[in-house]
Ligand binder design. Sequence first.
Ligand code: NOJ
Length: 567
Amino acid sequence: MSENELLYVTKENAEWWRSAVIYQIYPRSFADGNGDGMGDLKGVTDRLESLAELGIDAIWFSPFFKSPQKDAGYDVSDYKDIDPLFGTLHDFDTMLAKATKLGIRIIVDLVPNHSSDQHALFQAALKAPKGSPEREMYMFRDGKGLFGNKEPNNWKSVFGGNAWSRITEPNGKKGQWYLHIFDASQPDFNWDNPKVVEYFDGVLRFWLDRGVAGFRIDVAHGMKKRKGLPDTKKASTEMGGAKAEDQMTIEELEEQNPFWGQPEVHEINKRWRKILDEYDDRVMCGEAWIMPLNRMASWVGPGEYHQTFNFGYMFADWKKEAQRKSINESLEAFGKVGAPSTWVFSNHDVIRHVSRFGMVNGVPQGDGIGPNSEQPDEAVGLRKGRAATAFMLGLPGGAYLYQGEELGLPEHTTLEGKYREDPTWFRTNGERVGRDGCRVPLPWESGSNESNGFSTKTGNGWLPQPGSYKRYARDLQVGQPGSTLELYKSLLKIRKAHDLGAGNFAWAPEFENENSLAYVNKGVLVLANFDGHPITLPAGEILVTTQHDLRVEGELEHDQTVWIKLS
Ligand code: NOJ
């Protein structure tokens, strides 16, 4: 074992979220309980046993609040109610009660950077005059130029196009502009206004009082904007303001990002942490695209976020050096502030990892894969994806899974334009196909109807599945040795039995050859072979392996991971 063994989490401070496996439900696509083609809370309640069997600790729900669904629910028009598409508050309570009985905690998605343009507060702002308290709830500004007909600055929307839209004033004349870092239907709140701060305190308490285990905070790094809203030198549509390969210095990044990661956001983080701390055991996980990781670490730890998503790891290649580097950076950066690292490969915004790993060339985040793009190799991707997940789930810290990855579901890469709903598709005239390909309804019972059991009625779900989903349906995988579902179940079971999430970590180079990477956590060796020659396995009990049919017994082949209890 190498010398730099890092004691990661001790029993004494092992709050549940430090080691939890949290499963993301995208409500539109998990299960449709009322037959309208759209997933809903009843569908989730009916299928909760399957998640208990999978062995997860908590569920994070993408938004199910009242919303015109211009950005699939990330455009909220009422933060304290459920959209009729998904059910009612009563359905939520029923789901929560059942989940609690099954030992599963529920985390909801808070979307505080922006609301829907249909939110009562924004509608009131449109009706009120310039300079009114109603307008002060959002980011209204006069336009530039003699007639105010130019955007107030050069900021770009993450979804493409300008980040400003102009309104028609109550008197019928063209008037002020409002900021929207995302779609025009998602106006940004003015977080310098104490009224906005108070309003969200109430939203937090509403859900905490209802019994949720915490929040995933959307665009956590975007709420505060630099004073004076200055132009950016180089307008970027990236969530972090630059691509990793741009290799910017921290100073350049800060200069370039007047609306991402402003220091004042820490005030909000601290305020919310205090509110959560009034309750038992609640957690907040930030979607904060802060680069590099050691800057992100200042967001977590006592007094601020419990967790943030580790996007650095999400985009690390399935290659020996990339994995080693990202894991080292993560454990070091988060470990320094006493926070657990999180590990995640897939979510509703990125290409499913089995498809990413099946591509020769990468695709920029948010762009998606369409019928005219290079297509992933499904078998290669699945093999690598399974190996990568097994490598990830042995690590100490919290892990996030995205619905359907336990079935090995690939991205829908040939979805026709007529079905697409992602605003990115519309705002770029189809140049970036967007994120619909990872949001396709789940297949439950193979061939039971067009949606493979997603919906209780006939017809496609809100997005059609690709033909391959019939092969991936859950019922075909239950109890099948070697299926991806059974692999995930085993990984989660063993992870829990050996308490790996709260474990300690050390690289184990003595078990590696040049193409493999090994670490030991609580006496369990996790060994991955990335490429090339098979490796002879060391002595010990094989706990789980990602390729069921080991070609030569006692050897680990390429793109395969094994967990061994060392003797
Ligand atoms: C991040 C969410 O994950 C994404 O789906 C959404 O489009 C943007 N935030 C805007 O809310």
